[in-house]
Design a protein around this ligand. Structure first.
Ligand SMILES: [Zn+2]
Length: 270
């Protein structure tokens, strides 16, 4: 029988073990999964042998004006399959995926708030009690789902653009300078329509690497030439070349420039 507190909290697949009041008037809710066993993510064998019960702290939907903290009493099961290299595993569920710090119902609400409206990410973050970066990651994930991933190409161009003029703003610790840059990634393959296929905040190799990590393995493996004005870098030796040959070369070696891709008209019907 479902107790009334579990019914009221309504986190699918979980029961409420305890609720305590914090000194600031907030509530601490301790829950556990109602599942009796879990499946090993490596071999798929089900197990109900509990090795450990770690407590994980997660963010959940706000409930009223008082702060709400959610602690989950997870179970770490022993994998009984002798041929499996994984000796134990932590249970996961639809509402609490592996390594997630948010419940799925909170993530869904934040995603809807930041994608279906014109609200600022800072405003959404404040409403749901999460960090700005959390909202940004959810927005990027939603955008990738809607826009899809870039089509595979052998040549890409990278260039940096100042996203906004330099501004100074005041923080509690003093004046701070805002100098935002964006890095644009374009498709340089002459057989493709061209144009911008990606934007990454920042102007460092790390931001390009982060953008590449979001692309498919097929895209990452297919890139052979990266053009960075005013030179091109061949990252994979062409067939027949000695190792290291053409590792660095001028754009005149055949790769179109970053700006050619912007100027090139869309491919017409064939
Ligand atoms: Zn296993």
């Amino acid at each position: 029988m479902i107790d009334r507190t579990t019914l009221l909290f309504a986190l699918p697949g979980f029961r409420v073990l305890n609720v305590t009041l914090d000194p600031d008037g907030g509530r601490l809710v301790l829950v556990e999964s109602v599942a009796k066993e879990g499946g090993c993510p490596s071999c798929g064998v089900m197990s109900s042998r509990i090795k450990d019960r770690p407590i994980c702290r997660l963010k959940d939907l706000p409930n009223g004006a008082a702060p709400l903290r959610l602690w989950v009493c997870k179970r770490r099961f022993v994998c009984g399959e002798q041929l499996c290299s994984r000796r134990s595993f932590t249970e996961v569920s639809d509402q609490i995926p592996a390594r997630s710090r948010l419940t799925t119902r909170l993530r869904t609400k934040v995603s809807a708030a930041v994608t279906a409206t014109n609200r600022a990410m800072s405003e959404v973050a404040a409403d749901y009690g999460v960090a700005w970066w959390t909202v940004h990651r959810i927005l990027v994930a939603a955008a990738v789902q809607v826009l899809g991933q870039a089509a595979p190409t052998t040549m890409i161009g990278i260039d940096e653009t100042r996203a906004r003029s330099v501004r100074w703003f005041r923080k509690q610790t003093g004046w701070a300078r805002s100098d935002p840059w964006m890095t644009s990634i374009v498709d340089l393959d002459p057989a493709h329509p061209g144009g911008i296929i990606g934007l990454a905040p920042g102007r460092s190799g790390a931001c390009v690497g982060a953008w590449m990590s979001l692309q498919s393995k097929e895209f990452r493996d297919g890139v052979e030439v990266v053009a960075i004005d005013p030179s091109a870098v061949r990252i994979r030796d062409p067939p027949g070349a000695t190792a290291g040959q053409d590792r660095l070369g001028p754009l005149s070696s055949g790769a179109p420039s970053q700006h050619d891709a912007h100027r090139r008209p869309p491919a017409g019907p064939t």
